[in-house]
Design a protein around this ligand. Structure first.
Ligand code: PLP
Length: 388
C-alpha cells in the first residue's frame, strides 16, 4: 500500500509493511537468517550483486523498518543500527571526512560529546563547539573546511531547545549539512526534515522502541546521503539483528499513543511538582517558566515525556526522599513505558567537575524523570509522599 500521503498514525501502522502479506501473516515475520540465497535475474543469469546479509542491513526486516522510520520522519531513506551511538558515530564519520571540520552544540548527549572530543580528532577530523543558547557564535567558529553543524532538538537534562531556525539558516547560507539528534521529542512531537534539517538521528532505544527491551539507533535523510554512508555502516558492522528489528518494528506501531500519553502525564506531573514545597524549580518545556517555552510551543506538537526538577534541600536529603519513591525506578535511559529517574550529577554528568556542572545549570540536587505510561495521578501521589 502506498502510504506517503497518509497521516502519521496510519504510517506508523502500515508504512513498510509487506505487500502482499507474507504467508498471509498480518504482522511482519522475523527472518532469523544471517544470509540469503543469491538469486538469478530474469534472464536466468546469477546476479552476484544481489547479496543479502544481516550486516549489509538489507534483510526483509531491515528494509521494512527503514521504510517505516523514513516515512514517519518524512525523509526519503533510513538506516537502523545496533545502538543510537552506532548510528551517530557511523553517520559523523561517513559524512565528515579527514581534514574536514564539524561545528557542534556544546551540551550534547554524553556519549556523542565524548566521541567528538576524544576520538574525532584522532581520526583526523576537527570539531569546534558553540554554546547552544548563542547561535550568534556560529559565525565565529566557521572555517573554510567546515562541513556540517550538529545539534540536539532538546537537551539533557535541562530540556533546552536551541535556536533551531537560526542553525538551519546558518547551515544553508554556508552550504553546510545540518544534523540533529531528535531522540527526546521523537517524531511524534517534532519532524526536523520538513523543518529544514538534512540528517536526523535517533537513539531508537528510547521512544521509538519505547519498551526498554532493545538497544537500537536510526539515521534518516535523503536517498543520496543514505546511499553515500551505507558502505561505512556496512563496514563498521553495527547492524541490528533481525529479532531486535522485529521488536523495534513492533514498538514503533504504538509510538503515537505512547508519546501523546507521556506528553499529557509529564505536563500534569510538572504542574503538580511546581506546587510541591520540597521542589525549588521545575524544568519542563511545556511550562511558561521554561526559558525555551515559546520556541517549543511554536515548533513542537507536544512538550515530551521528560521532566526535571531541583530538590529544595541537601543532596543527602534528596537521595533519602527519592529512595521513598515506589513507582519510578532509579535507572539511566528514558522513553520507556515505565517511569525512571536519575540524578544527572551522579549519572550522565558524573564525569563533569562540580563547578562546571553548576555553570551548566546542573545542580547536584537536580532530578531527571522519564515519565512512563502509569496513571499520572499515581505518579503525582508517589512524588508527593516521597518528597514531603
Ligand atoms: C541514549 C541517547 C543516545 C545514545 O543512544 P544508545 O541507544 O544508548 O546508543 C544518543 N542521544 C541521545 C539524545 C540519547 O538520549
Amino acid at each position: 500500500m502506498e502510504t506517503k500521503n497518509l497521516r502519521f498514525e496510519t504510517k506508523l501502522i502500515h508504512s513498510g509493511e509487506p505487500s502482499p502479506l507474507i504467508e498471509r501473516a498480518v504482522t511482519m515475520p522475523i527472518f532469523q537468517s544471517s544470509t540469503y540465497e543469491i538469486a538469478g535475474d530474469d534472464t536466468g543469469e546469477i546476479n552476484y550483486n544481489d547479496i543479502r546479509y544481516v550486516r549489509l542491513n538489507n534483510t526483509p526486516n531491515h528494509l521494512a523498518l527503514h521504510e517505516k522510520i523514513s516515512q514517519i520522519e518524512q525523509g526519503e531513506a533510513a538506516v537502523v543500527s545496533s545502538s543510537g551511538m552506532a548510528s551517530i558515530t557511523s553517520t559523523l564519520l561517513g559524512l565528515i571526512g579527514p581534514g574536514e571540520h564539524l561545528i557542534a552544540q556544546d551540551n550534547l548527549y554524553g556519549g556523542t560529546l565524548h566521541f567528538l572530543k576524544e576520538f574525532f580528532p584522532r581520526l583526523g577530523r576537527e570539531v569546534t563547539f558553540f554554546p547552544a543558547e548563542d547561535t550568534e557564535k556560529l559565525k565565529s567558529v566557521l572555517k573554510t573546511n567546515t562541513r556540517a553543524v550538529y545539534v540536539e532538538s532538546v537537551s539533557n537534562p535541562l530540556l533546552k531547545v536551541p535556536e533551531l531556525k537560526a542553525v538551519i539558516k546558518f547551515a544553508k547560507e554556508h552550504g553546510l549539512l545540518s544534523m540533529i539528534d531528535n531522540t527526546f521529542p521523537s517524531p511524534v512531537n517534532f519532524n526536523p526534515i520538513p523543518f529544514g534539517f538534512d540528517v536526523v538521528l535517533h537513539s531508537a532505544t528510547k521512544y521509538l522502541n519505547g519498551h526498554s527491551d532493545v538497544v537500537a539507533g536510526a539515521m534518516v535523510s535523503n536517498k543520496e546521503l543514505v546511499k553515500k554512508i551505507m558502505p561505512l555502516f556496512n563496514h563498521l558492522g553495527g547492524s541490528l539483528d533481525p529479532h531486535a528489528c522485529f521488536l523495534l518494528h513492533r514498538g514503533l506501531k504504538t509510538l503515537g499513543v505512547r508519546v501523546r500519553a507521556q506528553n499529557a502525564s509529564a505536563y500534569k506531573v510538572a504542574k503538580a511538582l511546581q506546587k510541591c514545597s520540597k521542589v525549588s524549580r521545575v524544568i519542563y518545556p511545556g511550562l511558561e517558566s521554561h526559558s525555551d517555552h515559546v520556541r517549543a510551543r511554536e515548533w513542537f506538537k507536544g512538550f515530551g515525556g521528560m521532566v526535571s526538577f531541583e530538590f529544595d534541600g541537601t543532596v543527602e536529603q534528596a537521595d533519602a526522599a527519592l529512595k521513598k519513591l515506589k513507582i519510578p525506578r532509579l535507572a539511566p535511559s528514558l522513553g520507556g513505558i515505565e517511569s525512571l529517574y536519575v540524578r544527572p550529577a551522579t549519572a550522565s554528568h558524573s564525569g563533569v567537575p562540580r563547578l562546571e556542572r553548576e555553570k551548566l545549570g546542573i545542580k547536584d540536587t537536580l532530578v531527571r524523570v522519564s515519565i512512563g505510561l502509569e496513571d499520572a495521578d499515581d505518579l503525582i501521589e508517589d512524588f508527593i509522599q516521597a518528597l514531603n
